[in-house]
Design a protein around this ligand. Structure first.
Ligand SMILES: C[S@@+](CC[C@H](N)C(=O)[O-])C[C@H]1O[C@@H](n2cnc3c(N)ncnc32)[C@H](O)[C@@H]1O
Length: 271
């Protein structure tokens, strides 16, 4: 397990006792900002639409893996596990979820009890860190992460570990927020509490691309998808009791060009 720092303890508290997934800015046991279609600015968003946005982010990420039926996928930071269950069902694959939080794993076991039964061995959740993946070399056809890389201090280890556990010709896909290369990130820490505390790390997206390449990945792509995330997420937050919180500053950071949301893909060399 990776070194437990004070920041790591704050992250564990957020997903443990605090139970971030129970906050109204999230829903349906997902914990991500979502991939949204166009919304009319003044329309009330339903909880079902909020949940659908988070499920759609999963589809956008996993579709980039182009998984064959029966493929073995690993999810990094699987949280409450509803995304992994959706992927196993909709893509007809096996999904192994990995998360470092025992509380999230306990929630996943409960929330997905029916799926664990119905999918008969095609879905499982395990404790461990994405910087020290507890499986052998060449185990998986695809590795993916939905809104989790912002919690990783050591991107080099995630890149090399993901590369190690992938088979030849395997694929990697992830989505989360980064800074556009060359952007000024200093204002983000002034405006976003979790960035100031180090719980969320906002770094230039090119750093991830460089680490993936250094780890041996090829075909690295970075696609900004902020137009599908930030305005709509902000419209949702504005409807909740968090409407006057610093959470509204994400949109401000995006509009100023200090952050964006990215879909990142890469592949290992085929034999
Ligand atoms: C924002 S949540 C995303 C959960 C899920 N992917 C979703 O979209 O609903 C991030 C998750 O990553 C987990 N996590 C953070 N750092 C981790 C690490 N180093 N290794 C494994 N899991 C980690 C947290 O415990 C948390 O459950």
């Amino acid at each position: 397990m990776e070194r437990d720092t004070e920041v790591q303890a704050q992250r564990d508290f957020m997903y443990g006792e605090l139970d971030l997934g129970s906050f109204t800015i999230f829903s349906g046991s997902f914990i991500n900002y979502g991939y949204w279609g166009a919304l009319e600015p003044d329309r009330e968003i339903t909880v079902e639409e909020r949940t659908a946005s988070q499920a759609e982010l999963y589809r956008q990420v996993v579709a980039r893996l182009e998984p064959q039926a029966g493929a073995q996928l690993l999810e990094l930071g699987s949280g409450i596990g509803v995304g992994a269950a959706l992927v196993a069902r909709e893509f007809d694959v096996s999904v192994t979820g990995l998360d470092r939080s025992p509380a999230q794993l306990a929630r996943a076991a409960k929330a997905n009890a029916e799926s664990l039964e119905a999918l008969r061995g095609r879905l499982s959740y395990h404790r461990g860190s994405v910087t020290e993946i507890p499986w052998g070399d060449g185990t998986f056809d695809g590795v993916y992460a939905v809104e989790m890389l912002q919690h990783v201090d050591d991107l080099a280890s995630v890149a090399s570990e993901a590369h190690r556990v992938l088979k030849a010709g395997g694929r990697f896909a992830a989505a989360t927020f980064f800074a556009p290369d060359g952007a000024d990130t200093a204002p983000v820490a002034d405006l976003i509490e979790t960035v100031a505390s180090g719980v969320d790390v906002v770094r230039p997206v090119g750093e991830l691309a460089a680490e993936l390449t250094r780890a041996g990945f090829t075909e690295v792509t970075l696609t900004p998808i902020g137009e599908h995330v930030w305005r709509q997420f902000d419209q949702w937050v504005a409807q909740t009791e968090h409407r006057d919180s610093w959470g509204r500053n994400w949109l401000r950071c995006y509009e100023n060009g200090w952050i964006d949301y990215y879909l990142i893909t890469a592949a290992t060399v085929a034999e």
